[in-house]
Write a protein of this length. Structure first.
Length: 162
């Protein structure tokens, strides 16, 4: 199971990858609080139709999430819920947020990002090289792109067959 934060889903949408992502051999989930606050009004029902699961945290996981938030005031509450859901269930966290990724490392939660997902799309041959190159270019060209430029260039070379 992969638990995503909002930034990963938005990047995948920017690159027109969402439909293909849900054909990967993984289940994708978000915590209910993240869905209600950040996705319901921004394409959430369509994501559910594609296969996104909305998971409720039990009391222990909610306490864990609130503890993350108290310890790291700059961590957004939906992100703390995503981390708590991942940790409570030993699921992989998908995030592009530096603070959340650092906390996942401390909490011994495997954390991956958009480029890892694109590598899986490539590995499973769900998209051709042109679609991967074009979509990654769309993500990279967005003003809020936080992906490492060297990694973007390496993927573009791989996807274009160079």
């Amino acid at each position: 199971m992969l638990v995503s934060d909002t930034s990963v889903l938005f990047d995948l949408e920017r690159g027109s990858f969402l439909e293909s992502v849900f054909r990967l051999p993984f289940d994708f989930a978000v915590p209910d609080l993240l869905y209600e606050r950040e996705l319901r009004e921004h394409g959430g029902p369509a994501l559910i139709d594609m296969g996104l699961r909305v998971e409720e945290l039990d009391g222990e996981a909610v306490a864990l999430a609130l503890g993350y938030r108290r310890a790291r005031h700059s961590l957004f509450l939906p992100d703390s819920f995503a981390l708590a859901l991942s940790r409570a269930n030993s699921w992989i966290l998908l995030s592009g947020d530096r603070l959340l990724r650092a906390l996942a490392l401390v909490e011994v939660v495997e954390c991956q990002g958009v480029l890892w997902i694109l590598d899986r799309l490539h590995e499973h041959r769900l998209l051709d090289r042109g679609a991967l190159t074009e979509g990654l270019g769309q993500i990279a060209g967005h003003p809020r792109c936080r992906l490492p430029q060297a990694e973007i260039r390496a993927r573009l070379r791989t996807y274009s067959g160079m």
